[in-house]
Design a protein around this ligand. Structure first.
Ligand SMILES: [Fe+2]
Length: 322
């Protein structure tokens, strides 16, 4: 049993009670709405910087033709997206770090080089289907990772956002005891801590009285979830007018990393590469964006605006030790 699982028996009188019982929590106003608007604008400016004819006021341009490559029509895994100054500024926000420090009982944390998500509503040029999954390997026991979304846009019931199976984190071991993991369906070492579910698995959780919920949040809120919670992204419904805009944030204790993984992390930082949700292990870069076997000419060697390399930033990046 990990420290975090032991904590689950404590009553805190704050968001942690929700987190441990439901497998997720929304922390209201982790950053101010003004700051959220600032980071959102920086994110949208970044997307427009590729000069592909994207016009935020013209829906006809919200198509692949006018956007750099992304995963699931919104996650930007390349172009040094994870290392833009505004992304690091957001990661350094006390209101974002403190909840993780409370969970892990330490300030000596590493942060993931995870990316951003900008999802346009009303797109008809992309196929989208649910991909319910957990972001923790079935073989890994106990609460090992807490993921986060720094929410920068309105995430109402019809907007793009997070769908999560409430209560599923606690059933993680029970599920895999009864449904031995089929690891042949994995998608490589990069995704060791990832397990996709089939439709009847979703039903199994529902039969255990879990409930699929749309996690609603306002700009500036921080959504945290146990990586053992079944979840996936909700694509904006046709009624939504909102361009979904978020930053994925995740911190774990620096003491959890091996020397070898810290070396890998330093190297990714040096190359300004984007990595997985995990801060201390699963240190795999996404490499360069490719087009027809060649590096995308729009790929970048460094962020458009580099972060200020403060001591705290370098510690969170795993470059300097605590
Ligand atoms: Fe996920």
């Amino acid at each position: 049993m990990t420290i975090l699982d032991q904590n689950a028996t404590t009553q805190y009188g704050d968001w942690r009670d929700d987190f441990y019982s439901k497998g997720y929590a929304v922390i209201k106003g982790a950053i101010s709405s003004e700051k959220a608007a600032h980071y959102r604008q920086k994110e949208l400016d970044w997307l427009c910087s590729f000069d592909m004819g994207l016009d935020l006021n013209d829906r006809s341009t919200w198509t692949s033709e006018h956007l750099p490559q992304s995963f699931k029509a919104g996650m930007y895994l390349h172009y040094s997206a994870a290392h833009e100054k505004y992304v690091w500024d957001a990661r350094l926000e006390p209101g974002v770090i403190t909840p993780f420090a409370q969970l892990w009982n330490t300030e000596d944390l590493l942060v993931s080089f995870d990316t951003i998500n900008i999802t346009f509503p009303g797109r008809t040029d992309v196929e989208w289907s649910p991909w319910p999954h957990v972001d923790q390997a079935p073989e890994r026991k106990g609460l090992s990772c807490v993921q986060g979304i720094l929410n920068l846009s309105e995430a109402g019931p019809k907007d793009g956002g997070l769908l999560l199976m409430e209560g599923s984190s606690k059933l993680f071991d029970q599920f895999f005891a009864g449904n031995p993991p089929d690891r042949s369906q994995g998608i490589g070492a990069k995704h060791y801590d990832f397990y996709p579910f089939k439709e009847h698995h979703v039903r199994w959780y529902e039969e255990q009285r879990c409930k699929l919920v749309k996690v609603c949040a306002e700009p500036g809120d921080l959504i945290l979830w146990d990586s053992r919670s079944m979840h996936y992204a909700a694509f904006p419904e046709p009624e939504s007018e909102v361009i979904r805009s978020i930053i994925y944030v995740c911190y774990t204790p620096a003491s959890h990393a091996t020397e070898q993984d810290l070396e890998k992390k330093k190297e990714l930082f040096r190359k300004w590469e984007t990595s997985t949700h995990w801060p201390h292990c699963n240190i795999h870069g996404h490499g360069k964006a490719m087009v027809d076997g060649e590096v995308d000419p729009r790929e970048r060697e460094e962020p458009l605006e580099k972060p200020v390399l403060s001591e705290r930033l370098l510690q969170l990046a795993g470059v300097k030790s605590y």
